[in-house]
Design a binder for this molecule. Structure first.
Ligand code: PGA
Ligand code: ZN
Length: 432
């Protein structure tokens, strides 16, 4: 019999579950959850929060009291953790995280975790995972590794130009990332990211662009056309001494197209209104002109027909990642795999709401031959859970913002720590 890695054979008594209302990187309230086990092990988790959310995501609980934080307070979610959730988790001994997460989902009782709040539930789930790993004296990445998976260090995808709802500029595409796929190891990949970021800053300043930052730490210049941003990126990659492309530093895009799809079904790009077919044609041109190896949410979450066409047209040579369309939901990902929609899934723990369901989504991807691209949110804390999740999941790719700003670099620095402690662990994209 094989025992899933997240299973701990020993029963654990949870003695404390508590939460605080803290700030995220966008100055909005979020939760910090702390779990204590009998024997004294404690673990803490910070809860991320998105801005360009898919409509099928697990739902955050916000207070709606406009006299505090413009209605965005999370006091009720904090109370849910300290009260109902703590009572339930102190009630029995737990052998596995799956048992805990199943109990949380059942306690909530809704399809989308809206009653207790997905922000409350995910914080508890992450803190419990950490506590159980710690109780067994194992590194989180190791504890999260399923038996059929070889851990690996991922290609970091640095978001260096921000647009869409993450920046107040006219750029409709949300994220322009650089991916040092050709780097020999993780440390060199981080170095490439930081050096290209510095070269891009100099290039922007030299051309008279502002070098202010968007929500994920990338620059937010006053550009509208995606191709203009891509030209700047290719120049910055060369200026920093790297080769643009998969042998050196490639480019990845997250247009987050659900955000610029209009009511008439057309996509608004730099003032133009494009049909789904025209949008696909635009991506075909972009990928033949620029070293773009990955496009996430190239089309909107409800444009499944367009997604099928996009996949038929570019799926052989470009990684097509579903974010808003899949929402880390194992059932939706399975449907997409059956229907030939995309060839990869974004993985966000708070999008589905528990670590167990996230691991399930990743397992569905592996079985279906879909790549897994692990992701932060635009609102982050210094929590580094996703770095360990990516390594343990053997995913080979992680996006967690620019190589700047504390909440973003915390994750890259955690990868550096893991790499230093595991000199034989492979680096790079996973074979699918
Ligand atoms: P969000 O954006 O965290 O603001 O939802 C991230 C993404 O679209 O990938
Ligand atoms: Zn996205």
């Amino acid at each position: 019999m094989t025992v899933p890695a997240s299973n701990s054979l020993r029963a654990h008594q949870i003695t404390g579950v508590t939460a605080l209302e803290i700030l995220d990187s966008r100055s909005r309230p979020t939760l910090q959850v702390t779990v204590t086990l009998a024997g004294g092990v404690t673990a803490t988790a910070g809860v991320p929060s998105g801005a360009s959310t898919g409509s099928g995501e697990a739902v955050e609980r916000r207070d709606g009291d406009t006299s505090r934080y413009r209605g965005l307070g999370v006091r009720a979610a904090v109370e849910a953790v300290r009260g109902e959730i703590a009572d339930r988790l102190r009630d029995q001994e737990w052998r596995t995280l799956e048992e805990i997460d199943t109990a949380l989902v059942k306690l909530d009782g809704t399809q989308n975790k809206a009653r207790l709040g997905a922000n409350a539930i995910v914080g508890v789930s992450m803190a419990c995972a950490r506590a159980l790993a710690r109780a067994e004296g194992r590194e989180l990445w190791d504890w999260l590794t399923p038996p059929d998976v070889a851990p690996r260090l991922p290609v970091p995808h640095f978001n260096v130009i921000n647009g869409g709802v993450h920046a107040p500029n006219p750029l409709d595409f949300q994220e322009f990332m650089i991916a040092p796929i050709g780097a020999p190891d993780l440390a060199e990949a981080v170095r490439a990211g930081a050096e290209v970021y510095a070269a891009l800053r100099a290039l922007l300043a030299g051309r008279g662009h502002a070098t202010g930052l968007g929500d994920e730490g990338g620059f937010a210049p006053q550009l509208a056309e995606p191709e203009e941003a891509l030209e700047l990126l290719v120049t910055a990659i060369k200026d920093a001494g790297y080769e643009p492309g998969r042998d050196g530093v490639a480019i990845a895009l997250d247009p987050a197209a659900s955000e610029f799809r209009e009511d008439d079904g057309r996509y608004r790009v730099a003032g133009q209104k494009l049909t789904s077919d025209e949008m696909i044609e635009r991506y075909a041109q972009i990928t033949s002109r620029f070293p773009v190896w990955l496009i996430e949410d190239g089309l909107a979450e409800d444009d499944w027909k367009g997604w099928a066409e996009l996949t038929g047209r570019l799926g052989e040579r470009v990684q097509l990642v579903g974010d808003d369309i899949f929402v880390t939901n194992p059932k939706i990902i399975a449907e997409a795999i059956a229907g030939g929609i995309g060839n990869a899934s974004l993985i966000k723990v708070n999008q589905i709401g528990t670590v167990t369901e996230t691991l399930e989504a990743m397992a569905v991807c592996r079985r279906g031959g879909y790549a897994q691209f692990v992701s932060h949110r635009s609102g982050e804390t210094t929590d580094t859970f996703i770095a360990d999740l990516t390594v343990g999941g053997g995913c080979g790719e992680l996006k967690t913002g620019a190589p700047a700003r504390g909440e973003r670099v915390a994750k890259y620095n955690r990868l550096i720590e893991i790499a230093a402690a595991q000199p034989d662990m492979p680096y790079g994209l996973a074979a699918i």
